[in-house]
Design a protein around this ligand. Structure first.
Ligand SMILES: Cc1cc2nc3c(=O)[nH]c(=O)nc-3n(C[C@H](O)[C@H](O)[C@H](O)COP(=O)(O)O)c2cc1C
Ligand SMILES: [Fe+2]
Ligand SMILES: [Fe+2]
Length: 386
Protein backbone atom coordinates (compact mmCIF):
# COMPACT_ATOMS: atom_id res chain seq x y z
CA UNK A 1 0.00 0.00 0.00
CA UNK A 2 1.39 3.36 -1.06
CA UNK A 3 1.61 6.18 1.51
CA UNK A 4 1.80 9.84 0.45
CA UNK A 5 4.66 11.71 2.17
CA UNK A 6 4.68 15.13 0.49
CA UNK A 7 3.57 16.94 -2.69
CA UNK A 8 5.71 14.81 -4.95
CA UNK A 9 6.70 11.78 -2.89
CA UNK A 10 5.02 8.44 -2.13
CA UNK A 11 6.40 5.59 -0.04
CA UNK A 12 5.88 1.99 -1.10
CA UNK A 13 6.58 -0.10 2.01
CA UNK A 14 6.73 -3.87 1.79
CA UNK A 15 6.63 -5.83 5.05
CA UNK A 16 8.66 -9.02 5.36
CA UNK A 17 7.22 -11.21 8.14
CA UNK A 18 8.75 -14.38 6.72
CA UNK A 19 12.49 -13.99 7.13
CA UNK A 20 13.63 -15.29 10.53
CA UNK A 21 17.12 -13.77 10.56
CA UNK A 22 18.21 -10.57 8.79
CA UNK A 23 21.44 -11.30 6.88
CA UNK A 24 21.04 -14.82 8.35
CA UNK A 25 22.36 -13.34 11.59
CA UNK A 26 20.01 -10.98 13.38
CA UNK A 27 16.60 -12.15 14.64
CA UNK A 28 13.50 -10.57 13.15
CA UNK A 29 10.99 -11.18 15.93
CA UNK A 30 8.52 -8.81 14.30
CA UNK A 31 9.63 -8.72 10.66
CA UNK A 32 11.28 -5.90 8.75
CA UNK A 33 10.19 -3.27 6.21
CA UNK A 34 11.74 -2.68 2.82
CA UNK A 35 10.75 0.86 1.87
CA UNK A 36 10.85 1.96 -1.76
CA UNK A 37 9.85 5.47 -2.83
CA UNK A 38 8.31 7.17 -5.85
CA UNK A 39 8.93 10.80 -6.82
CA UNK A 40 6.39 12.28 -9.25
CA UNK A 41 7.50 15.35 -11.22
CA UNK A 42 5.91 17.43 -13.96
CA UNK A 43 8.35 15.87 -16.41
CA UNK A 44 8.53 12.23 -15.35
CA UNK A 45 8.89 10.06 -12.30
CA UNK A 46 11.64 8.29 -10.36
CA UNK A 47 11.75 5.24 -8.13
CA UNK A 48 14.21 5.39 -5.26
CA UNK A 49 15.41 1.98 -4.04
CA UNK A 50 13.44 -1.23 -4.53
CA UNK A 51 12.52 -4.09 -2.18
CA UNK A 52 13.66 -7.65 -1.62
CA UNK A 53 12.85 -9.68 -4.73
CA UNK A 54 10.68 -12.17 -2.78
CA UNK A 55 8.05 -9.45 -2.59
CA UNK A 56 8.26 -8.32 -6.20
CA UNK A 57 4.65 -9.03 -7.26
CA UNK A 58 3.16 -7.20 -4.30
CA UNK A 59 5.63 -4.35 -4.85
CA UNK A 60 4.81 -4.00 -8.55
CA UNK A 61 1.08 -3.75 -7.95
CA UNK A 62 1.61 -1.11 -5.23
CA UNK A 63 3.85 0.88 -7.59
CA UNK A 64 1.21 0.74 -10.30
CA UNK A 65 -1.30 2.41 -7.97
CA UNK A 66 0.73 5.61 -7.87
CA UNK A 67 2.81 5.82 -11.01
CA UNK A 68 2.46 5.21 -14.73
CA UNK A 69 5.45 2.92 -15.25
CA UNK A 70 6.15 4.38 -18.70
CA UNK A 71 6.74 7.78 -17.09
CA UNK A 72 9.57 6.50 -14.88
CA UNK A 73 12.83 8.10 -16.05
CA UNK A 74 15.11 6.94 -13.24
CA UNK A 75 15.48 4.08 -10.81
CA UNK A 76 17.88 5.20 -8.10
CA UNK A 77 19.90 2.52 -6.31
CA UNK A 78 21.22 4.16 -3.14
CA UNK A 79 22.71 0.86 -1.95
CA UNK A 80 23.32 -2.46 -3.70
CA UNK A 81 22.61 -4.81 -0.79
CA UNK A 82 19.89 -7.19 -2.06
CA UNK A 83 17.34 -6.14 0.57
CA UNK A 84 17.07 -2.87 -1.41
CA UNK A 85 18.19 -3.73 -4.92
CA UNK A 86 17.28 -7.33 -5.76
CA UNK A 87 14.01 -6.35 -7.51
CA UNK A 88 15.88 -4.13 -9.98
CA UNK A 89 16.31 -6.64 -12.78
CA UNK A 90 12.63 -7.69 -12.75
CA UNK A 91 11.48 -4.10 -12.34
CA UNK A 92 13.34 -2.86 -15.40
CA UNK A 93 11.25 -5.23 -17.54
CA UNK A 94 8.29 -2.97 -16.75
CA UNK A 95 10.10 0.37 -17.14
CA UNK A 96 10.80 0.98 -20.84
CA UNK A 97 12.14 4.51 -20.34
CA UNK A 98 14.15 4.29 -17.12
CA UNK A 99 17.88 4.78 -16.52
CA UNK A 100 19.54 3.25 -13.47
CA UNK A 101 21.20 5.84 -11.22
CA UNK A 102 23.98 4.69 -8.89
CA UNK A 103 27.05 6.24 -7.30
CA UNK A 104 30.25 6.16 -9.37
CA UNK A 105 31.69 3.71 -6.83
CA UNK A 106 28.64 1.47 -7.25
CA UNK A 107 28.97 1.57 -11.04
CA UNK A 108 32.58 0.34 -10.82
CA UNK A 109 31.88 -2.42 -8.27
CA UNK A 110 28.70 -4.01 -9.61
CA UNK A 111 27.28 -5.29 -12.89
CA UNK A 112 24.02 -3.43 -13.30
CA UNK A 113 21.30 -4.14 -15.82
CA UNK A 114 19.98 -1.44 -18.17
CA UNK A 115 21.24 2.03 -19.05
CA UNK A 116 23.37 3.15 -16.10
CA UNK A 117 23.94 6.75 -15.03
CA UNK A 118 26.80 6.99 -12.49
CA UNK A 119 26.57 10.06 -10.25
CA UNK A 120 28.90 11.97 -7.91
CA UNK A 121 28.40 14.13 -4.84
CA UNK A 122 25.92 16.96 -5.49
CA UNK A 123 24.90 15.77 -8.95
CA UNK A 124 21.25 16.34 -9.82
CA UNK A 125 18.66 15.11 -12.28
CA UNK A 126 15.43 16.94 -13.02
CA UNK A 127 11.88 15.64 -13.15
CA UNK A 128 10.54 19.07 -14.17
CA UNK A 129 9.22 20.73 -11.02
CA UNK A 130 11.27 18.47 -8.73
CA UNK A 131 14.92 17.54 -8.57
CA UNK A 132 16.79 14.53 -7.24
CA UNK A 133 20.12 15.46 -5.67
CA UNK A 134 22.64 12.72 -4.87
CA UNK A 135 24.67 13.01 -1.69
CA UNK A 136 27.61 10.64 -1.36
CA UNK A 137 27.57 8.88 2.00
CA UNK A 138 30.11 6.07 1.44
CA UNK A 139 30.25 3.27 4.00
CA UNK A 140 26.85 3.98 5.47
CA UNK A 141 26.86 0.29 5.10
CA UNK A 142 28.75 -0.45 1.88
CA UNK A 143 31.32 1.63 -0.02
CA UNK A 144 28.87 2.68 -2.75
CA UNK A 145 26.04 3.86 -0.51
CA UNK A 146 24.48 7.29 -1.12
CA UNK A 147 21.50 9.36 -0.05
CA UNK A 148 19.00 10.92 -2.48
CA UNK A 149 17.44 14.27 -1.64
CA UNK A 150 14.41 16.08 -3.05
CA UNK A 151 15.05 19.73 -2.09
CA UNK A 152 11.62 21.04 -3.16
CA UNK A 153 9.87 18.77 -0.63
CA UNK A 154 12.75 18.47 1.86
CA UNK A 155 12.70 14.67 1.68
CA UNK A 156 15.92 12.67 2.19
CA UNK A 157 15.94 8.99 1.20
CA UNK A 158 18.55 7.63 3.57
CA UNK A 159 18.48 3.86 2.93
CA UNK A 160 20.18 2.03 5.84
CA UNK A 161 20.83 5.22 7.83
CA UNK A 162 18.10 5.66 10.48
CA UNK A 163 16.71 2.19 9.66
CA UNK A 164 15.07 -0.14 12.18
CA UNK A 165 13.95 -3.74 12.43
CA UNK A 166 10.25 -4.40 12.86
CA UNK A 167 7.11 -4.31 10.68
CA UNK A 168 5.52 -0.92 9.97
CA UNK A 169 2.93 -1.31 7.20
CA UNK A 170 1.80 2.32 7.50
CA UNK A 171 5.32 3.65 8.23
CA UNK A 172 4.40 4.75 11.75
CA UNK A 173 4.78 3.38 15.25
CA UNK A 174 2.67 3.86 18.37
CA UNK A 175 5.47 2.51 20.58
CA UNK A 176 8.30 5.00 20.13
CA UNK A 177 10.51 3.57 22.90
CA UNK A 178 10.17 0.05 21.53
CA UNK A 179 10.86 1.40 18.06
CA UNK A 180 14.05 3.13 19.20
CA UNK A 181 15.33 -0.18 20.57
CA UNK A 182 14.80 -1.69 17.11
CA UNK A 183 16.56 1.29 15.50
CA UNK A 184 19.42 0.86 17.98
CA UNK A 185 19.59 -2.86 17.22
CA UNK A 186 19.73 -2.04 13.50
CA UNK A 187 22.51 0.48 14.14
CA UNK A 188 24.70 -1.90 16.18
CA UNK A 189 24.26 -4.85 13.82
CA UNK A 190 24.52 -3.06 10.47
CA UNK A 191 26.22 0.32 10.86
CA UNK A 192 28.36 0.51 14.00
CA UNK A 193 31.47 -0.76 12.24
CA UNK A 194 31.36 2.36 10.06
CA UNK A 195 30.64 4.83 12.85
CA UNK A 196 33.01 7.53 11.52
CA UNK A 197 31.31 7.49 8.14
CA UNK A 198 27.88 7.37 9.75
CA UNK A 199 28.82 10.38 11.85
CA UNK A 200 29.86 12.47 8.87
CA UNK A 201 26.88 11.34 6.79
CA UNK A 202 24.57 12.37 9.64
CA UNK A 203 26.21 15.82 9.60
CA UNK A 204 25.78 16.09 5.84
CA UNK A 205 22.10 15.17 6.09
CA UNK A 206 21.56 17.62 8.96
CA UNK A 207 23.04 20.43 6.88
CA UNK A 208 20.32 19.87 4.25
CA UNK A 209 17.71 20.83 6.90
CA UNK A 210 15.37 18.08 5.67
CA UNK A 211 11.69 18.06 6.64
CA UNK A 212 11.33 14.31 6.22
CA UNK A 213 13.75 11.40 6.61
CA UNK A 214 12.65 8.40 4.58
CA UNK A 215 14.79 5.32 5.39
CA UNK A 216 14.92 1.93 3.66
CA UNK A 217 13.68 0.15 6.82
CA UNK A 218 11.51 1.42 9.67
CA UNK A 219 9.25 4.48 9.86
CA UNK A 220 9.17 7.97 8.33
CA UNK A 221 10.66 10.70 10.54
CA UNK A 222 9.53 14.33 10.70
CA UNK A 223 9.42 17.05 13.40
CA UNK A 224 10.43 15.73 16.84
CA UNK A 225 11.12 12.19 15.65
CA UNK A 226 13.45 13.54 12.96
CA UNK A 227 15.40 15.64 15.45
CA UNK A 228 15.58 12.77 17.89
CA UNK A 229 16.91 10.20 15.43
CA UNK A 230 19.54 12.66 14.18
CA UNK A 231 20.64 13.35 17.76
CA UNK A 232 20.76 9.63 18.55
CA UNK A 233 22.85 8.97 15.46
CA UNK A 234 25.27 11.74 16.48
CA UNK A 235 25.59 10.07 19.91
CA UNK A 236 25.76 6.44 18.83
CA UNK A 237 28.40 7.16 16.19
CA UNK A 238 30.63 9.08 18.63
CA UNK A 239 32.26 7.30 21.55
CA UNK A 240 28.95 6.69 23.23
CA UNK A 241 28.56 6.12 26.98
CA UNK A 242 25.50 5.99 29.21
CA UNK A 243 27.10 5.73 32.67
CA UNK A 244 26.66 1.94 32.92
CA UNK A 245 28.88 -1.06 33.53
CA UNK A 246 28.22 -4.15 31.43
CA UNK A 247 29.21 -7.62 32.65
CA UNK A 248 29.48 -10.16 29.83
CA UNK A 249 29.88 -13.61 31.26
CA UNK A 250 29.65 -17.33 30.70
CA UNK A 251 29.61 -20.11 33.25
CA UNK A 252 29.33 -23.89 32.91
CA UNK A 253 29.08 -25.00 36.53
CA UNK A 254 28.32 -21.79 38.37
CA UNK A 255 31.81 -20.86 39.60
CA UNK A 256 32.11 -17.76 37.44
CA UNK A 257 28.48 -16.92 37.98
CA UNK A 258 28.91 -16.76 41.78
CA UNK A 259 31.80 -14.28 41.39
CA UNK A 260 29.81 -12.20 38.90
CA UNK A 261 26.96 -12.12 41.40
CA UNK A 262 29.26 -10.93 44.17
CA UNK A 263 30.88 -8.33 41.90
CA UNK A 264 27.51 -6.95 40.79
CA UNK A 265 26.44 -6.64 44.44
CA UNK A 266 29.68 -4.84 45.29
CA UNK A 267 29.24 -2.47 42.34
CA UNK A 268 25.61 -1.75 43.13
CA UNK A 269 26.60 -1.04 46.72
CA UNK A 270 28.76 1.74 45.24
CA UNK A 271 25.85 3.15 43.24
CA UNK A 272 27.09 1.81 39.91
CA UNK A 273 24.42 0.85 37.35
CA UNK A 274 25.20 -2.66 36.10
CA UNK A 275 23.81 -4.79 33.29
CA UNK A 276 24.71 -8.50 33.20
CA UNK A 277 24.42 -10.73 30.16
CA UNK A 278 24.85 -14.50 30.10
CA UNK A 279 26.45 -14.93 26.68
CA UNK A 280 25.45 -18.59 26.43
CA UNK A 281 21.85 -17.50 26.30
CA UNK A 282 21.66 -13.87 25.25
CA UNK A 283 20.88 -12.98 21.67
CA UNK A 284 23.92 -11.21 20.23
CA UNK A 285 22.05 -8.33 18.61
CA UNK A 286 20.33 -7.37 21.87
CA UNK A 287 23.61 -7.83 23.74
CA UNK A 288 25.27 -5.44 21.28
CA UNK A 289 22.74 -2.72 22.16
CA UNK A 290 24.03 -2.96 25.75
CA UNK A 291 27.67 -2.81 24.68
CA UNK A 292 26.90 0.43 22.80
CA UNK A 293 25.82 2.17 26.01
CA UNK A 294 28.45 0.76 28.39
CA UNK A 295 31.22 2.93 29.90
CA UNK A 296 33.15 -0.12 31.06
CA UNK A 297 32.89 -3.78 30.14
CA UNK A 298 33.67 -6.65 32.52
CA UNK A 299 34.37 -9.96 30.79
CA UNK A 300 34.08 -13.04 33.02
CA UNK A 301 34.46 -16.61 31.81
CA UNK A 302 35.79 -20.07 32.59
CA UNK A 303 38.82 -21.25 30.63
CA UNK A 304 37.64 -23.84 28.12
CA UNK A 305 40.07 -26.09 26.21
CA UNK A 306 42.91 -23.61 26.85
CA UNK A 307 40.89 -20.73 25.48
CA UNK A 308 38.22 -18.24 26.46
CA UNK A 309 34.78 -19.89 26.87
CA UNK A 310 33.39 -19.89 23.29
CA UNK A 311 30.16 -17.87 23.71
CA UNK A 312 32.21 -15.07 25.30
CA UNK A 313 35.16 -15.40 22.93
CA UNK A 314 33.21 -15.21 19.67
CA UNK A 315 30.95 -12.44 20.88
CA UNK A 316 34.02 -10.40 21.88
CA UNK A 317 35.57 -10.91 18.46
CA UNK A 318 32.36 -9.76 16.79
CA UNK A 319 31.92 -6.62 18.88
CA UNK A 320 35.59 -5.73 18.37
CA UNK A 321 35.06 -6.00 14.60
CA UNK A 322 31.95 -3.85 14.90
CA UNK A 323 33.95 -1.15 16.71
CA UNK A 324 31.62 -1.41 19.69
CA UNK A 325 34.46 -1.73 22.22
CA UNK A 326 36.30 1.35 20.96
CA UNK A 327 37.11 3.66 23.86
CA UNK A 328 35.79 1.20 26.47
CA UNK A 329 38.11 -0.10 29.20
CA UNK A 330 37.75 -3.84 29.86
CA UNK A 331 38.17 -5.72 33.15
CA UNK A 332 38.79 -9.47 32.82
CA UNK A 333 37.83 -12.11 35.37
CA UNK A 334 39.06 -15.56 34.37
CA UNK A 335 38.35 -18.91 36.03
CA UNK A 336 40.70 -21.80 35.46
CA UNK A 337 41.67 -25.16 36.94
CA UNK A 338 45.18 -25.48 35.55
CA UNK A 339 46.76 -23.21 32.88
CA UNK A 340 44.11 -20.58 32.06
CA UNK A 341 43.87 -18.48 28.90
CA UNK A 342 45.58 -15.20 29.76
CA UNK A 343 47.57 -14.99 26.54
CA UNK A 344 44.49 -15.71 24.48
CA UNK A 345 42.38 -13.00 26.06
CA UNK A 346 45.28 -10.52 25.81
CA UNK A 347 45.62 -11.37 22.12
CA UNK A 348 41.91 -10.65 21.60
CA UNK A 349 41.54 -7.50 23.68
CA UNK A 350 45.07 -6.03 23.66
CA UNK A 351 45.53 -2.80 25.59
CA UNK A 352 41.82 -2.41 26.19
CA UNK A 353 42.41 -4.62 29.25
CA UNK A 354 42.95 -2.42 32.30
CA UNK A 355 42.78 -5.25 34.80
CA UNK A 356 43.15 -9.03 34.49
CA UNK A 357 42.38 -11.29 37.44
CA UNK A 358 42.34 -15.08 37.38
CA UNK A 359 41.21 -17.53 40.02
CA UNK A 360 41.05 -21.26 40.60
CA UNK A 361 40.50 -23.72 43.45
CA UNK A 362 44.11 -23.29 44.50
CA UNK A 363 43.99 -19.48 44.18
CA UNK A 364 40.44 -18.54 45.19
CA UNK A 365 39.00 -15.07 44.79
CA UNK A 366 38.00 -13.71 48.17
CA UNK A 367 35.40 -11.14 49.12
CA UNK A 368 38.12 -8.54 49.72
CA UNK A 369 39.53 -9.02 46.22
CA UNK A 370 36.10 -8.72 44.66
CA UNK A 371 35.55 -5.57 46.65
CA UNK A 372 38.87 -4.20 45.41
CA UNK A 373 37.90 -4.93 41.78
CA UNK A 374 34.54 -3.23 42.32
CA UNK A 375 36.33 -0.23 43.79
CA UNK A 376 38.61 0.08 40.73
CA UNK A 377 35.67 -0.22 38.34
CA UNK A 378 33.64 2.33 40.31
CA UNK A 379 36.53 4.80 40.27
CA UNK A 380 36.67 4.48 36.47
CA UNK A 381 32.93 5.11 36.15
CA UNK A 382 33.01 8.10 38.44
CA UNK A 383 36.21 9.62 37.06
CA UNK A 384 34.69 9.44 33.60
CA UNK A 385 31.79 11.73 34.28
CA UNK A 386 33.64 14.36 36.35
C1 LIG B 1 34.83 -28.54 29.26
C2 LIG B 1 35.82 -27.85 30.16
C3 LIG B 1 37.04 -27.45 29.67
C4 LIG B 1 37.98 -26.82 30.49
N1 LIG B 1 39.19 -26.42 29.99
C5 LIG B 1 40.11 -25.83 30.81
C6 LIG B 1 41.41 -25.43 30.33
O1 LIG B 1 41.73 -25.63 29.16
N2 LIG B 1 42.27 -24.82 31.18
C7 LIG B 1 41.96 -24.59 32.49
O2 LIG B 1 42.78 -24.02 33.21
N3 LIG B 1 40.75 -24.96 32.97
C8 LIG B 1 39.83 -25.56 32.17
N4 LIG B 1 38.60 -25.94 32.66
C9 LIG B 1 38.29 -25.65 34.07
C10 LIG B 1 37.34 -24.48 34.23
O3 LIG B 1 37.80 -23.32 33.56
C11 LIG B 1 37.15 -24.17 35.71
O4 LIG B 1 36.67 -25.33 36.36
C12 LIG B 1 36.18 -23.02 35.98
O5 LIG B 1 36.23 -22.67 37.32
C13 LIG B 1 34.75 -23.39 35.61
O6 LIG B 1 33.92 -22.26 35.83
P1 LIG B 1 32.31 -22.42 35.87
O7 LIG B 1 31.97 -23.16 37.14
O8 LIG B 1 31.79 -21.01 35.91
O9 LIG B 1 31.88 -23.17 34.66
C14 LIG B 1 37.67 -26.59 31.85
C15 LIG B 1 36.42 -27.00 32.33
C16 LIG B 1 35.51 -27.64 31.51
C17 LIG B 1 34.18 -28.08 32.08
FE1 LIG C 1 22.72 -2.53 3.90
FE1 LIG D 1 19.23 -2.47 4.44
Amino acid sequence: MAVRLSDHVFAIPVVDRETDLFESLWPLDDGVNYNSYVVLGSDGAAIVDTVHESFFDEYLSALREVVDLESVKYVVINHMEPDHSSSLRDLLEYLPNARVVISKTGATLFNLPGDVLPVGDGDEVSLGDVTLRFIMTPWTHWPETMVTYVPQDGVAFTCDLFGAYGAYPDLKTDDWDGYLLEARRYYVTVLSKYSNFVNSATGKIRSLHPKILAPGHGVIYSGDSLNQILDLYDDWSSEHKEGRVLVLYGSMYGGVFSKVDALVAALEARGVVVDTLDMSREDWSYAMTFVLGADIVVVAYPTYDSHVFPPVRYFLETILDKGLLDGKPVFVLEAKAWSGAEQKIRAILGDRIVDYVSFSEKQPLGVDQIDAIAERIASYVYSDGS
